[in-house]
Design a protein around this ligand. Structure first.
Ligand code: UD1
Ligand code: MG
Length: 458
């Protein structure tokens, strides 16, 4: 089907994101609430960006500064149009008119609060414009509630009627408007100048352009998609439902792509998680944003990863934490209760138990003993630790950064390393042991006698 898509199709994306989202009960504009670690707006932008639009205009109003900042973080090239007062979806689209004055292609309108929309569906929608003037994405609603209704005649779309304005017969229609619409730019803006506020909400409805097009004798089409794809988030409950839906989709996709998960329902993905084939992800693993995992990796139960890259053959966890900037080369082992931050670990390095490695570079096949800590922060600045290839760091070593331990060097257990250790050397940095012969027995005898005397007194 995608083959039919005109590769030359010139698309401009308009994403409506000016609304307040009163029902979220939040200081944050609705579309900046997150699903799988990314603002809903970013989900809409990513779905649209896959169509390679020539232009992207985001219509912002409520929380203008925060909305433009989030949009530009995701894509510095998007343009922001301001909608000072929220006079309706038609008025919102009209705010992009000036920006698109010279644009001679197809406009695709998306809502910023609709995070589950799939690129494929958008491609299907724009492809129908070969035969229709305006194409609208619709869905069969289980509970049509307050959605706009699509009034059809056979396979032709006649008009869209908002719930508030609908007659009882129209309210009985279950084919609903998702809000996604595509039309040639010139036609769309032309039709928009004909719409008015003569309706139950006193707003300028984008949906009215369908009726206006039909009145001109133009043909309009409906493309249907699954209801779950068009889930529009208006409340925290719907936000949670969108999250659930996203996770289910992503888990199914990972399984399909060759990732093993004995309990997928407990694994939490981020919007951008990338996992290679034959990787095993055990129970209760959480992926924050920015994680890439290559193939053949084991991520054991209760691990938390964020901003990390894990190369092939690594074993992570159980109970490991990889923080932003963790760069693991092939066959690295990270064991239980180990935290890695802004550190590169070369091939085959091991940090198996109870350690903190921050702002460090660990050489290939180095072994970091249990309880090792890179003391990277002096209260003001962060400092680096360098550990050479095949170095052996004894258990409970404190590495006071900045510090370097050379290749093949060793530190004795319990050492506090404050000076560089040359390659091949052994550093012992702890007080000398002093054994007192028989002292333990004598001490215990005295303590027991003291306790007995105290009990006799009572
Ligand atoms: C809209 C559609 C309805 C459809 C439903 C699907 C219209 C008139 N109605 O209704 O047919 O079934 O979506 O979810 O289009 N926005 C602005 N500026 C405005 C008004 C809205 O930017 O002046 C943005 C909102 O931030 C939101 C989107 O447009 O992202 C949709 O607005 P909303 O008020 O939620 O429309 P609905 O009443 O849900
Ligand atoms: Mg809505």
């Amino acid at each position: 089907f995608i083959k039919d898509l005109d590769p030359q199709m010139n698309i401009a994306l308009i994403i409506l994101a000016a609304g307040k989202g009163t029902r979220m009960q939040s200081e944050l504009p609705k579309i900046l609430h997150k699903v799988a670690g990314a603002p809903m707006l970013v989900h809409a932008m990513r779905a649209g960006r896959a169509l390679e639009p020539k232009r992207t205009i985001i219509v912002a109003g409520h929380g203008f500064e925060a909305v433009s900042a989030a949009a530009h973080t995701e894509d510095p090239d998007v343009e922001i149009a301001v909608q000072e007062a929220q006079l309706g979806t038609g008025h919102a689209v009209d705010q992009a008119r000036d920006a698109l004055g010279d644009f001679d292609g197809t406009v695709l309108v998306l809502y910023g609060d609709c995070p589950l929309i799939q690129t494929r569906t958008l491609e299907e929608l724009t492809a129908t414009l070969n035969d229709s003037a305006v194409s609208v994405l619709g869905f069969e609603a289980k509970d049509p509630a307050r959605y706009g209704r699509l009034i059809t005649d056979g396979d032709k779309l006649k008009r869209i009627v908002e719930f508030k304005d609908a007659s009882p017969a129209e309210r009985a229609v279950t084919l609903c408007n998702s809000g996604v619409m595509a039309a040639p730019a010139h036609l769309l803006f032309d039709l928009l100048s004909e719409i008015d506020t003569d309706n139950a909400s006193g707003e300028l409805y984008l949906t009215d352009v369908v009726g206006k097009a039909v009145a001109r004798g133009l043909q309009c089409a409906v493309v249907r998609c699954a209801e779950r794809e068009t889930l529009g988030v208006n409340s925290r409950v719907e936000l949670m439902q969108a999250e659930k839906e996203f996770q289910n989709l992503r888990r199914a996709e990972a399984l399909e792509d060759g990732v093993s998960m004995p309990a997928p329902e407990t694994v939490h993905f981020s919007f951008d998680t990338v996992i290679g084939r034959d990787t095993v992800i055990e129970q209760n693993v959480v992926f924050g944003p920015g994680v890439t995992v290559e193939s053949g990796v084991q991520i054991r139960a209760f691990s938390h990863l964020e901003g990390a890259h894990v190369s092939r053959g690594c074993i992570i966890g159980p109970y490991a934490r990889l923080r932003p900037g963790a760069e693991l080369a092939e066959d690295v082992k990270i064991g239980n209760f180990v935290e890695i931050k802004a550190s590169a670990l070369d091939e085959g390095a091991k940090v198996n138990h109870l350690s903190y490695i921050g702002d460090a570079h660990i050489g290939a096949r180095a072994n970091i003993g249990a309880g090792t800590i890179t003391c990277n922060y002096d209260g003001v600045m962060k400092h680096h630790t360098y550990i050479g290839e095949e170095a052996f760091i004894g258990s409970n070593t404190m590495l006071v950064a900045p510090v370097t331990v050379g290749q093949d060097a060793m530190t004795a257990s319990g050492s506090v390393i404050t000076q560089n250790v040359p390659a091949g050397d052994l550093a012992i940095a702890r007080s000398k042991q002093d054994n007192k012969p028989g002292f333990a027995l004598k001490l215990m005898k005295r303590l027991r006698a003291l306790k007995a005397a105290k009990q006799n007194k009572n």
